[in-house]
Design a protein around this ligand. Structure first.
Ligand code: G1P
Length: 297
């Protein structure tokens, strides 16, 4: 029987150097798309998928991220007194139950695989999800929930997947596709950040994973791979080599790479345009800017 997945790992130890100087004092996961921190999108998606235990792999300087999930009684009182019920409800929805969040530290930046391995004791002998907060996915049904539904049929290991332009394979984990069943593909290999000429396909791994606990054992034995880091991709590839099932799941939705400035800006525009309270004014401004650009050409 397939066990229900109730734990998710959020690797949030990264330095966020691409967003300096902001990330000198703010963890990048607190940076906001309109008015919600990146981490909130990840948590909401995990909750929608049935996750009940949230494991953060953090590092030095991430204090603000830990504080973010505490209740804010003074703030709530003040909103209550001034009758700002809508804001109050919105704020309460961000509170986390006591004991639902656990933090482990990654004492050295040794890669995504190493970060996941740091959570091994909290994960124990259960399948678990991994969510990379840089990958924000706008979707009618949240991406991880789509994956959980597919996983209920397949079991094994599953990664979110998306075709990328062939010249971009060196930015992603890339699947070697065995059997292509449409939304689901069976992988016969997986490589981290191959050059275009070495890539087995252009089907890239996006930051959502459902993994069996055996992955932790592979990570335990893993040596540094691409970029001198311990790669999660290599541990998943080892699963395939041992004859275990690894599936890629082509999710329905739009993914934004919020680890890059351009992707972050695109997400900001898309999320602002999706908001009833901002759409009209913002769309008008964008049209105006486009006209100004065009006139200047
Ligand atoms: C990580 C993974 C990579 C995956 C990517 C998705 O890379 O190592 O396999 O394709 O996330 O965003 P990173 O972007 O952290 O370098």
């Amino acid at each position: 029987m397939k066990r229900k997945v109730t734990k998710a790992i959020f690797p949030v130890a990264g330095l966020g150097t691409r967003f300096l100087p902001a990330t000198k004092s703010i963890p990048k996961e607190i940076l906001t798309l309109v008015d919600r921190p990146l981490i909130q999108y990840a948590i909401d998606e995990a909750r929608a998928a049935g996750i009940r235990e949230f494991i953060f792999v953090t590092s030095r300087g991430k204090g603000a991220l830990e504080d973010y999930f505490d209740d804010a009684p003074e703030l709530e009182n003040s909103l209550r007194k001034s009758g700002k019920t809508e804001l109050l409800e919105m704020l309460k929805a961000t509170n986390m139950e006591s004991g639902a969040i656990a933090y482990v530290r990654q004492n050295r930046p040794m890669g995504l695989g190493h970060a996941v391995w740091c959570a091994r004791r909290l994960v124990g002998n259960e399948p678990f999800a991994v969510i990379l907060t840089d990958d924000v996915i706008a979707a009618e049904k949240p991406c991880l929930q789509q994956m959980m539904e597919a996983y209920a049929e397949t079991g094994g290991n599953m990664v979110a997947a998306m075709e990328v332009p062939p010249e971009k394979t060196s930015s992603y984990g890339i699947l070697d596709v065995g059997e292509d069943m449409g939304a689901i593909v069976r992988a016969k290999g997986m490589v981290e950040k191959p050059a275009q000429e070495d890539a087995p396909s252009n089907l890239a791994v996006i930051g959502r994973y459902i993994l069996t606990p055996k992955i932790m054992q592979h990570l335990h034995r893993m040596k540094a791979g691409s970029g001198g880091e311990i790669q999660l991709t290599d541990a998943i590839a080892e699963e395939i080599r041992q004859g275990e099932s690894v599936y890629g799941f082509r999710f329905r939705g739009q993914r934004f790479d919020c680890g890059s400035k351009a992707g972050f800006l695109q997400a900001t525009v898309a999320f602002a345009l999706a908001r009833d309270d901002l759409r009209d004014e913002f769309a008008e401004y964008l049209a105006h800017m486009a006209a100004v650009q065009k006139a200047a050409e």
